[in-house]
Design a protein around this ligand. Structure first.
Ligand code: ADP
Ligand code: MG
Length: 693
């Protein structure tokens, strides 16, 4: 292609010397094409005069009218107020800086035309320091038949300058010199304008274009670009997955006798969803390529059993399985579960946490290294160098959101033997909104356990001010008197674990003073693993009636007889975390309750969030709401946000496009493979362009 804009240096444009080029580089503008992709952040409509009766607060508008009075107001700040009327209404221009001549000029002006933002002032509609000119009747509005673009800037570049640069770039744009990587049939299928048209339009939307639609990102030209960008991300993920499929892993050809035996000894039958997800896993395990599967299932949906079935199938083939949990409490619980399920079947289960020392540690390490232990359960201590497996074929990682991607990779390294990689099964109870799943986790295949075991009653949630704390304490007394058990969860906004633990300790003492007849336990992050485990065991056995805890009990803890949970200061926690906590109750037959004991007064956001918790127990709905209220950055933690930075797309806004984008990306990958890499280099930062996992 001759003279493609991507090969034309920005310095070829008039008025761009070395110094300007350096400043433009800060905006990622190096070539003429880059200038075209430097899109306005918003627009001004100077194409028409808006009748005063049609103004809305917040708009920027051109207005025109008769000056009907000018006066100086003293108020907090001295200002000149000038009232302007037309047949439909009126507005006041307000100047804080003015002189006598200006006042006089306006008084005698007759008609004025102004441009500015419409604000809410003490007189109603106001414009502060508008651009204005005095006009004779009949003066037409000059020259503007396009919306005026406002571009993102950087130091040393003015709006006028960047407009000149983009103008020149647009002048060079022809249908032939901007590479179009979305083939015609695809564009037709998804009703997308051509790239050149979209770019042209976005720099200069024509008169009459709906500004509101542009603001929402709802114009087809905007779709076109978001679509292409999202597609580029999707393609890079498809590429990653594709690469993974060329790696080798142990073949697990079928479920085998061991998983049947495991099912035989259970007091219940797996739900349809558990069976389906197990089949999906088996399918992956049988291919000879490493599985990378994320299992999402709401709290209590029975993910552990699915993991155990996958473990059984793998152990059956003579290989080892590692089960990793983010906290010791949770690891311990898995350990007990797996032991209870597997030891009767003749499979040994080993145990590895950081605090394990001395002889016991040596013994466990030996069992893991020799392969005697078919299953190893632990925390991230499983990564320690001293831990060597005889033949690790499957790594199960529970509650993935607490582990970084690199930890996932580290475990994979452990299992790298003779060119074979372990399969990975990742389980999360923090439902990941579809929108995020697609971008942050799209290198994983995804299964969803969308059914709870029968007989569960949804948790009833109430939102109560802490002014009624005593009533809530009475409620705990009452529930425990009926033989039920309860959690009392203390939250603290401070990062300091010490303070958190202190708060929980204080609360436990206070509660014990009021609830003298109850046996109260306390768990927090500062207890020794053994102490924690002992207390959890006592609570599980019913020896303790009330468990005061920090958020350490957030994930995985399973005590079906506990049916009441009080969460103090729930307004401090994210929705996903509250949902996790609440999932600790509602696990048995009895109707369960969760009391969100907030500290008044609640802000607007706080109200909305606690309201969501009260109104739904559907983890996916809660996750979507959380995303809406807090944005993807906060939801995923800073670690993952890098994955979510887009130039023009906005996951929340454009989520309606995602399934089409996925479809289009698959087609492109298949039918136009030579378009993939140019699209990646157009949209993705360099380090993400390489298709390695
Ligand atoms: P989560 O998905 O939150 O990890 P668990 O695996 O801890 O859930 O399971 C929650 C509880 O449900 C456990 O007590 C488990 O034994 C029980 N359970 C799992 N599957 C079933 C089933 N199909 N029928 C009845 N109870 C089940
Ligand atoms: Mg679990």
């Amino acid at each position: 292609m001759v003279d493609a804009l991507e090969t034309q240096d920005i310095k070829e444009l008039k008025g761009v010397g070395a110094a300007m080029a350096e400043k433009l580089a800060k905006l990622n503008i190096h070539t003429v094409q880059d200038a075209l992709f430097h899109l306005p952040i918003r627009y001004q409509d100077r194409t028409r005069v808006v009748p005063l009766g049609q103004l809305r607060f917040g708009d920027e508008a051109v207005i025109e009218g008769q000056v009907s009075g000018c006066e100086i107001k003293m108020g907090k700040r001295r200002s000149l107020i000038c009232r302007v009327r037309d047949a439909s209404g009126s507005i006041c221009l307000r100047f804080f800086h003015f002189n006598a001549a200006q006042k006089k000029q306006l008084e005698n002006a007759g008609r004025v035309r102004c441009f500015g933002e419409i604000r809410r002032g003490s007189t109603g509609f106001e414009m502060y320091h508008p651009e204005y000119s005095i006009i004779d009747d009949g003066d037409a509005l000059e020259g503007n038949d396009q919306l005026t673009p406002i571009y993102p800037l950087t130091e040393g570049i003015t709006q006028t300058k960047i407009r000149q640069i983009c103008e020149q770039a647009l002048d060079r744009l022809t249908p032939y010199n901007l590479r179009e990587w979305l083939p015609e049939p695809l564009r037709q299928q998804f009703s997308l304008p051509s790239l050149a048209d979209a770019i042209q339009f976005l720099h200069h939307p024509t008169k009459g274009t709906d500004l509101e639609q542009l603001k929402q990102g709802g114009h087809p030209a905007q779709y076109r670009l978001s679509f292409e960008e999202l597609m580029a991300h999707q393609l890079s993920l498809i590429g990653k997955r594709h690469m993974a499929k060329t790696d080798r892993a142990i073949k697990v050809p079928s479920a085998g006798a061991l998983s049947d035996a495991l099912l035989q000894q259970l007091p219940f039958r797996p739900t349809g969803a558990q069976q389906r997800v197990f089949q999906e896993i088996l399918q992956d395990l049988s291919t000879g390529h490493p599985m990378l599967r994320l299992v999402q299932g709401d709290v209590g949906s029975g993910k552990t059993l699915v993991a155990a079935l996958a473990a059984a199938a793998t152990v059956q083939q003579g290989y080892q399985v590692a089960v990793m949990a983010p906290t010791e409490i949770l690891a311990e619980q898995h350990y007990l579960n797996f032991k209870q399920w597997f030891e009767p079947l003749g499979i040994e289960v080993a145990w590895m946490i950081g605090k394990l020392k001395g002889k016991q540690r040596e013994a466990e390490l030996a069992r893991i290294a020799s392969g005697e232990a078919g299953i190893v359960v632990g925390t991230h201590a499983l990564f320690q160098e001293s831990v060597t497996f005889k033949g690790l074929a499957l790594a199960i990682i529970d509650e993935q959101h607490r582990f970084g991607v690199h930890q996932r990779m580290a475990l994979r390294e452990k299992g790298l033997q003779a060119g074979f990689q372990p399969h990975q099964l990742i389980m999360t109870a923090t439902p990941i909104p579809r929108t995020l799943a697609m971008s942050a986790y799209a290198d994983l295949d995804c299964s969803i356990i969308d059914e709870l075991p029968p007989g569960r009653t949804p948790v009833n949630t109430i939102v109560v001010s802490d002014q009624r704390r005593n009533e809530v304490i009475e409620r705990v007394r009452h529930a425990c008197a009926e033989g039920k058990q309860a959690y009392w969860v203390c939250t603290l906004i401070e990062e300091s674990e010490a303070l958190q633990c202190q708060a929980a300790e204080d609360t436990a003492i206070l509660l014990q003073e009021q609830l003298t007849e109850l046996k109260i336990g306390l768990v927090h992050g500062r207890l020794k693993a053994q102490e924690k485990a002992d207390i959890m065991a006592q609570f599980k056995a019913g020896e303790l009636q009330l468990l005061v805890a920090t958020t350490v009990i957030e994930v995985g803890v399973d005590v079906p007889n506990a049916s009441l949970m009080v969460i103090e200061n729930p307004e401090r926690l994210g929705l996903a975390q509250l949902h996790q906590l609440r999932g600790r109750v509602g696990r048995g037959q009895a109707a369960s309750h969760c009391v969100l004991l907030y500290h008044a007064p609640l802000g607007q956001q706080g109200k909305a969030r606690l309201g969501t918790m009260r109104d739904t127990t559907d983890g996916f709905k809660i996750a979507e709401k959380d995303l809406e209220l807090r944005g993807p950055g906060e939801l995923m933690g800073s670690r993952q946000t890098g994955l979510l930075e887009f130039k023009v797309a906005d996951l929340q806004r454009d989520k309606g496009l995602l399934s089409q984008v996925q479809q289009a990306a698959a087609t492109l990958y298949q039918d136009y493979p030579e378009h993939v890499s140019p699209l990646l280099s157009r949209w993705l930062p360099k380090h993400q362009q390489y298709l390695n996992v």
